[in-house]
Design a binder for this molecule. Structure first.
Ligand SMILES: C[S@@+](CC[C@H](N)C(=O)[O-])C[C@H]1O[C@@H](n2cnc3c(N)ncnc32)[C@H](O)[C@@H]1O
Length: 211
């Protein structure tokens, strides 16, 4: 696979940065994932940009047939495998890939895409969703609005994220909703979660419109 800025960031640094008090995101994202799972009880779950598996501990293994995690960084997937194989056994499938329009996923009732659209880009993400529409039950997305604070919050680890500047961009929830609507997905829920540093996380759930 080609080089990718996310492959240059160690999981240790990523998780330390996200857990920093000034960022406060790892716990918040985990709470939001709990809500996504609760709102859409599903036997098949896909996590786009699964990283080290934040939130997988919230899935009751007895209630699922498969949990698939997708990520561009093989080291993250290896850590995720170590952490969660005991919990899910063969029901955990981790897929090293680039999330783009060429990716074909297996049929999945709930697809979670938390803080990944910023790096994939709205156009490419919507093209991915459109080409997989018949295999997606609900697509629950979380994006981050920065409100004047930099995309990468200032912590002792921020320098490690400099490489992401070339690929990252803030997502406007209205732009995402319009693009998804044009791709025949209906927006079925919107929620906002303020963070301690002034940023806001926005969750938007989409369902494919039957043809
Ligand atoms: C900000 S983290 C999100 C972590 C996780 N979703 C959470 O809620 O804690 C972004 C993740 O997406 C992955 N990623 C970024 N761009 C990607 C792409 N184009 N294809 C696949 N994975 C990607 C990164 O390696 C990283 O693990």
């Amino acid at each position: 696979m080609e080089s990718h800025p996310w492959r240059e960031i160690s999981l240790e640094v990523y998780e330390a940065h996200m857990s920093d008090e000034a960022v406060g995101q790892l716990d918040r994202l985990s709470e939001i994932t709990a809500e996504q799972l609760q709102d859409h009880p599903s036997r098949s779950i896909g996590i786009l940009g699964v990283a080290g598996g934040n939130g997988l501990d919230l899935i009751d293994p007895d209630t699922v047939d498969c949990v698939r995690g997708y990520d561009v960084n093989p080291d993250y997937l290896a850590a995720c495998r170590l952490r969660y194989t005991d919990r899910f056994g063969a029901r955990l499938m981790l897929i090293e890939c680039s999330i783009d329009r060429a990716l074909v996923i297996d049929p999945t009732e709930l697809v979670i895409a938390n803080l990944i659209i910023e790096y994939v880009g709205v156009t490419e993400f919507v093209a991915f969703a459109q080409s997989n529409a018949e295999r997606i039950g609900v697509l629950s997305c979380v994006t981050q609005q920065n409100h004047g604070v930099g995309l990468v919050s200032a912590t002792g680890y921020s320098a490690a994220f400099a490489g992401l500047e070339s690929i990252a961009s803030e997502v406007d929830p209205d732009v995402l909703a319009s693009a998804m609507t044009a791709a025949r997905f209906a927006l079925v829920a919107t929620m906002e979660y303020p963070l301690p540093n002034g940023k806001v996380l926005t969750r938007q759930d989409f369902r494919p419109v039957p043809v």
